[in-house]
Design a protein around this ligand. Structure first.
Ligand SMILES: [Mn+2]
Length: 271
């Protein structure tokens, strides 16, 4: 059937899988003159062609927007010689491209969290259960301001697992680090609201830990939806209709998924 009306698509973690992205957009009959494409972050890293991926997405102009994932932030730090590339990343052609600075400047204008309409909020890892959706968007703005004002200082101070619990009076550097970790790295959270940075599976042997979206302190207004990626082991499964998981692990040999906002259906292609 031919797609005739305008679509809003949100795609899961692309991770530099350019061919997969092309297959998925073909299947959706994506047309950048008519449709809008959003991504939940981790545009680059482990896939075969992060350079072609960024070149394509940036070329979409205003038809494309994203939030930043942990791999996108790491790319920014690597590009500024603050960190070295992860062993498993396949970023060589991007890091040696004469367009690297152009792509990094472009990425830096994307936030950690974004409301794409009145209903859907995108964030790479999830909504920290100690925050409201409004707070998430406000804290994301704080991070964007700090990142854009002084990228080198921000990216240097960004790394570390602590503090692992949110407090309103955290000193600036710790405050920024917590916001980045909650928005881009969170999976399991303790009953006491601490972030656990070790567990990556679907369940934890520690019964004090739970997925962020199952924490009793998480409150999302009925009409809102949180759209996230990052947690490939979930294969897109969550316990709530309000929580839409889109990382289905294409880079690990599974599928790349888009959520079509208008019709509430999912479209996937296999690796
Ligand atoms: Mn991630």
């Amino acid at each position: 059937m031919k797609q005739s009306s305008a679509q809003t698509l949100i795609v899961g973690d692309i991770q530099g899988c350019y061919d997969g992205l092309m297959k998925l957009l073909d299947k959706c009959q994506f047309d950048d003159r008519r449709d809008r494409l959003y991504a939940v972050g981790d545009l680059v890293a482990r896939g075969e062609d992060s350079l072609a991926t960024l070149s394509f997405l940036k070329g979409l102009g205003t038809a494309f927007q994203s939030v930043l994932g942990n791999h996108d932030l790491h790319l920014l730090a690597v590009s500024k010689n603050i960190k070295s590339s992860n062993k498993k990343d396949r970023l060589k052609n991007l890091l040696t491209s004469d367009r690297l600075d152009e792509f990094c400047d472009w990425l830096m204008q994307f936030p950690l969290a974004m409301a794409i309409d009145k209903k859907h909020i995108m964030v790479h890892a999830g909504l920290y259960p100690g925050w409201s959706p409004e707070q998430l968007l406000r804290f994301s703005d704080e991070v964007s301001q700090a990142l854009q004002q002084d990228p080198h200082t921000f990216l240097t101070q960004m790394y570390g697992n602590g503090p692992d619990i949110w407090q309103y009076d955290l000193p600036e550097v710790e405050r920024m680090r917590f916001i980045v970790n909650a928005c881009t790295r969170m999976r399991f959270v303790g009953k006491d609201l601490h972030l656990n940075m070790q567990e990556k599976g679907t369940s934890s042997s520690d019964n004090q830990l739970m997925p962020w979206f199952e924490h009793p302190d998480l409150h999302i207004p009925k009409k809102q939806r949180i759209v996230f990626g990052h947690w490939a082991a979930l294969e897109g499964q969550t316990s709530s209709k309000q929580i839409i998981g889109l990382d289905t692990g294409y880079v690990w040999g599974n599928t790349l998924t888009a959520y079509r906002v208008d019709s509430k259906d999912r479209i996937s292609v296999s690796a």
